[in-house]
Design a protein around this ligand. Sequence first.
Ligand code: MRU
Length: 370
Amino acid sequence: MSEVPQAIGWGEDGRCVHLLDQTLLPEHERKLEIRDADGMAEAITSLRVRGAPAIGIAGAMGMVLGMERLIEADPDADRATVLEEVSRLWTLLHDTRPTGRNLAWALDRVAHAVRTADEATAEALAGRARAEADAILQEDRQLCDRIGDAGLEVFAGGEPRVLTHCNAGALATGGIGTALAPIYKAHARGQRVQVLACETRPVLQGARLTAWELSRAGVPVTAITDSMAGDAMRRGRVDLVIVGADAVAANGDVVNKIGTYGLAVLANHHGIPFFVAMPYTTVDRSTSSGEEVPIELRSEGELRQLGGREILAADAAAWNPAFDVTPHRSVTAFITDQGVIRPPYGPRLAKLTEGHGPETGRFRGVGGAS
Ligand code: MRU
């Protein structure tokens, strides 16, 4: 398989995390060194690392960095102090981006590993956290791979033309992506897949990131503005749509990048299959429908400026929700690490997440020893 970019990984000395700064792509490929939890929180908030699974990995690593910095400052920190810090770090990192399920899931997983560890010393507890963050990164790689294999089923031969939105590729995960994973797999086995990438206003993840990583891998990709999607479908230029997800509610409602809902309505109208690719880590069993998922509102500035120019009259208001909700009825099927899931989604998504980890939010603000 052609090489895909690595969004996140430990630095060589193990004391920092390397991020490919996604705000600078495609002009500059610059690696950032993140050394503490505050630096990681800033990187997540400002989209230097983005995409739900990658944000989860970043959160887990940020928690490790935070614990290690605590121990450097206070080598004699006792268990209670470490657990108090884990709770503080949970909230600091989680509140950077409230919508994506993977962040809470990953932070819970690290916090749970630390709180239930037998180890008593601060150093050993930090070691436990590091092992868990490593496991999350490794597991995400495998989940992406499995999604890719499962998704081949929806490319029934031929030369499919796939429309995608935002970036749900390698840059958004620890592996080969979610929505882009089947595309990379098909490309690797010699099947020609053509991709239409919606540019994804306001911060252009489709144009800047998806088109970059696919063309770098040799996958034919054409960028369009978001407003061209309907016309492309009407003209018969789209065989199927595949998008990623930031959160999937228990009933199958999908929360994903703003614009996803419109694409689903258009695809449904034109009889084009609408697929959502995601690992089990994106499903939130504690939200019964998408309406319960908090939607991140980002700054007006992302809309007011384009290419360094003011494009909006100063007196005009701007509204900038980062995500929208696509009702489960609009989704043809989910492409998951455990195969393609078709309706009814409730029981099938429950089965997908069965036996997997603690519930979201369990460690928010929970201090003290246990
Ligand atoms: O605001 P972003 O760039 O973090 O939004 C990313 C998306 O909406 C992706 O589609 C989603 O996280 C799935 S990534 C595998």
